[in-house]
Design a binder for this molecule. Structure first.
Ligand SMILES: C=C(O[C@@H]1C=C(C(=O)O)C=C[C@H]1O)C(=O)O
Length: 116
C-alpha cells in the first residue's frame, strides 16, 4: 500500500463520515423547524389566554427527562441541558413577542374600533 493509497482511503472515510454528518445536520434543522412550529402555536394559545411566556416547572421536568435520555445515549447530560436551555430561551423570546403583538379587539391596537 502506497502513501497515495492511504490518503485516498482516508479521504474516502472522511467523505463518508461527512455525508452522514450533513444528513444529521439536515435532520436537526427539520426537527427544530417542526418544534418551533409547535412552540409558536403554544405561544399564540398562551397569549390568547393570558398565560405567562415561560413555564419553569415544565422546563425543569423537560431538563430532568433530557438529562436522563442523554445519559442512556452516552451524550454529555450537561451539554443536553445547555442545548435545551438555549432552545427554550429562544422560544420564550418568541412567546414574549407574540404576547406583545396587539390582536384585533385589543385596546393596545391604535385605531381599533374596540377602543372607541
Ligand atoms: C413551549 C412552551 O413554552 C416555554 C418553552 C418551552 C419549550 O421550548 O419546550 C417549555 C416551557 C416554556 O417555558 C410550553 O409552555 O410548553
Amino acid at each position: 500500500m502506497t502513501t497515495r493509497d492511504i490518503d485516498d482511503n482516508v479521504r474516502a472515510e472522511l467523505d463518508r463520515l461527512r455525508e452522514s454528518i450533513d444528513n444529521i445536520d439536515a435532520a436537526v434543522v427539520h426537527m427544530l423547524a417542526e418544534r418551533f412550529k409547535c412552540t409558536q402555536q403554544v405561544g399564540h394559545l398562551k397569549a390568547e389566554h393570558q398565560l405567562p411566556p415561560a413555564d419553569p416547572a415544565r422546563e425543569a421536568r423537560q431538563i430532568a427527562r433530557l438529562r436522563h435520555l442523554a445519559e442512556s445515549a452516552k451524550l454529555d447530560p450537561a451539554f443536553a441541558e445547555k442545548l435545551l436551555n438555549f432552545i427554550i430561551a429562544e422560544v420564550i423570546r418568541h412567546h414574549e413577542q407574540i404576547a406583545d403583538q396587539p390582536t384585533p379587539g385589543d385596546p393596545r391596537r391604535p385605531g381599533d374600533p374596540a377602543v372607541r
